[in-house]
Design a binder for this molecule. Structure first.
Ligand code: GSH
Length: 245
């Protein structure tokens, strides 16, 4: 039996990618919840090469990054495959997956911007997490963590406006991959697991859910990630949302 320990941050979408891939493989794992920002030092101290989650200890080795984890899981346990055997389809899945990695930054930036305004919704994103301190206390004292995370992720007005304005084009692209069968086929692949958690996280923002939920991309996200705790009430200035309405 494989022994897996997965380091995550509650509410982290690429962490969910890794969880879903482990579950798809049927590999049991122990989840360790880390606080954002503090996670960075802890991961370094544990001798991971980088400082982001998801980070996985598996069979004595350390694998970090959702895409690296997908590849390592297919190597260690080929069935069920996360990357299709057909070379053309595999290339398309890898292309969608590669696009999905930087796309993670949009929901990340939007959420940290929202948490900068109001930390209260953070508690719900940490539902079920074990952070070593009561979640209410973590949120109450979390101002410096939020400020740091927002700064590190470029959660400023200018970037957030641009993220919102470009969102419809992103969703069109995802809908296109679904229409093509690259995403959303009967056997979920690495690109499904990469992209759906990002879209699902966007759907936790009340401002964006109506834009997303009735599109193929939204339906796809709900199918791959039925449950994703957390909800942010309307937060963006209405004129920033002009293009997404
Ligand atoms: N794109 C990478 C990076 C993941 C990433 O940036 N994770 C964020 C959480 S969603 C993180 O660890 N941030 C550190 C922090 O919040 O301090 C992946 O897919 O694994």
């Amino acid at each position: 039996m494989m022994e897996a320990k997965l380091y995550v941050i509650p509410g982290s979408h690429p962490s969910r990618t890794a969880m879903l891939m482990l579950e798809r493989k049927g590999i049991p794992y122990k989840r360790v919840d880390l606080m954002p920002v503090i996670s960075k030092g802890l991961l370094r101290a544990m001798r991971f090469p980088g400082n982001t989650v998801p980070a996985l200890k598996l069979e004595g080795s350390r694998v970090q990054g959702s895409r690296e984890i997908g590849r390592e899981l297919d190597r260690l346990q080929p069935d069920p495959a996360l990357y299709p055997a057909d070379p053309d389809l595999r290339a398309k899945v890898e292309e969608a997956e590669a696009w999905g990695d930087p796309f993670q930054q949009k929901p990340r930036r939007l959420l940290w911007w929202a948490f900068k305004r109001d930390r209260a919704p953070m508690a719900e994103y940490s539902e079920g997490a074990r952070l070593g301190v009561p979640i209410g206390l973590a949120v109450k004292t979390g101002g410096p963590i939020v400020a740091t995370a927002a700064r590190l992720n470029g959660s400023n007005d200018e970037n957030v406006r641009e993220d919102l304005a470009s969102l419809p084009a992103d969703l069109d692209r995802i809908d296109g991959w679904i229409a093509e069968g690259v995403l959303g086929s009967a056997a979920p692949n690495a690109a499904d697991f990469q992209i759906a958690p990002s879209v699902r996280l966007l759907m936790t923002l009340d401002d964006l859910r109506p834009l997303v939920e009735n599109r193929p991309a939204g339906q796809h996200a709900l199918r791959i990630v039925p449950e994703f705790p957390g909800r942010v009430p309307a937060v963006f200035p209405p004129d920033w949302l002009a293009g997404v309405r």
